[in-house]
Ligand binder design. Structure first.
Ligand SMILES: *Cc1c(COP(=O)(O)O)cnc(C)c1O
Length: 381
């Protein structure tokens, strides 16, 4: 079904950036380098200084996707942590299953903690509650925290909890590039952080792309080898578990060219969400995206009567989607990977009531007004 106000429209942002994209791509073609060359090296430096201008120790590795980034970070974790028989990766079940898929690919097993009902994120409390089960805590190798919808999780207590238990901490920043607080940018708190530059993310490549970020030199070196066949030096496989997951020069150059535009676009995304939130009436609540701690990746509302709200949006020509309809522990393709079966009442309830509204920086004022009008006129029965 096509809507007068599309859920997303990548063509608008590509048109706006046409000149810088053309220049970046021409530079790569002229250079003669296509994979892991100077554009990738430049991009790794650009992202490191964007995330932690004062952190000389922050290392970035360009890889082929956000899911690969998660897999490589977890393969790195298995080597970095003296794991013994620890094989569980504890994460949220409401974040689109990417971490679960990557965990299984890394030869590990996903397990789940519930999320906070207000922020929809993992907290130190929900993680601690899952770890109060000995069967989980004795086997947990890593925790993956997803900064879902662009909202940065409260990391300090989670860092302390993981450090005290010797658990490796990964931040999944696929939806949160640009979120930062006085304590630092999302992606600079854990042992490693992962990013996706899939075209719909806040910073999109012209195809797939991802990154792993870490401030541990040994982990950086390990993952640098794993992303390219496990090579220590060319044609010498020194690490087991290597894959081929590199960032193309074209994508790296595009990302460097677009990065300076990101903060303004994230600010515009936050403005759109604030306008929706302001218009929403009693039975729909648009989740807040205030301040620089929120990258405003998705405009998510909660509505107990979601089916009627979806019909109402269709009648008003407003695009919509659900992020995400089915929690990881209920996905058939992930079944059998989890032990013991989790109790996740908040996750399951939210999956029935979340709904995402149109959000991209190029939405125009009259489109935003149409969405506001639909929000203001919705009444549940
Ligand atoms: C998009 C996304 C990923 C996966 O990134 P890909 O580049 O598509 O592999 C991982 N985690 C989250 C939260 C995402 O939104």
């Amino acid at each position: 079904m096509t809507h007068a106000v599309p859920f997303n429209d990548l063509a608008r942002g590509l048109r706006a950036d046409r000149t810088v994209l053309d220049r970046a791509m021409a530079g790569v073609v002229d250079s003669g380098w296509l994979v892991l060359g100077p554009a990738n090296a430049q991009w790794e430096r650009d992202l490191a200084s964007y995330l932690g201008p004062a952190r000389a120790s922050l290392h970035v590795l360009g890889v082929a996707s956000g899911t690969d980034a998660l897999e490589l970070a977890l393969r790195g974790a298995a080597e970095a942590v003296d794991g013994g028989d620890r094989s569980l990766v504890l994460t949220a079940a409401n974040a689109g299953a990417y971490t679960s898929v990557a965990t299984i690919r890394a030869g590990l097993q996903p397990c789940y903690a519930d999320v906070d009902p207000v922020t929809h994120l993992l907290t130190a409390d929900t993680i601690a509650s899952a770890l109060s089960d000995d069967a989980i805590s004795s086997k947990t190798l890593a925790v993956v925290v997803t900064h879902l919808y662009g909202r940065a999780a409260d990391m300090q207590p989670i860092v302390e909890l993981c450090r005290a238990r010797g658990i490796f901490l990964v931040e999944d920043c696929a939806q949160s590039l640009g979120a930062r607080s006085s304590a630092g940018a999302a992606g600079t708190f854990g042992d490693a952080a992962t990013f996706s530059f899939y075209p719909t993310k806040n910073l999109g490549a012209l195809g797939d792309g991802g990154a792993v970020v870490t401030s541990h030199a040994a982990l950086h070196d390990n993952i640098r080898q794993l992303r390219q066949y496990g090579w220590g030096t060319k044609y010498h496989v020194t690490r087991r578990g290597g894959v081929n997951s590199r960032l193309d020069e074209l994508q790296a150059a595009v990302l460097s060219a677009r990065l300076p535009l990101l903060d303004d676009r994230n600010a515009r995304r936050r403005e759109v969400i604030a306008a929706y939130r302001d218009a929403a009436q009693g039975s729909v609540e648009v989740l807040p995206a205030e301040g620089a701690g929120h990258a405003a990746h998705l405009a998510v509302a909660v509505c107990a009567d979601r089916q009627r709200f979806e019909e109402h949006l269709d009648e008003h020509g407003i695009g919509h989607d659900v992020h995400y309809p089915l929690p990881d522990h209920l996905q058939v393709g992930l079944a059998g990977g989890t032990a013991p079966a989790p109790s996740l009442p908040v996750t399951e309830r939210l999956a029935q009531s979340v709904i995402s509204l149109p959000l991209f920086p190029e939405l125009n004022d009259s489109e935003i007004e149409r969405v506001r009008d639909a929000l203001a006129t919705f009444r549940s029965e």
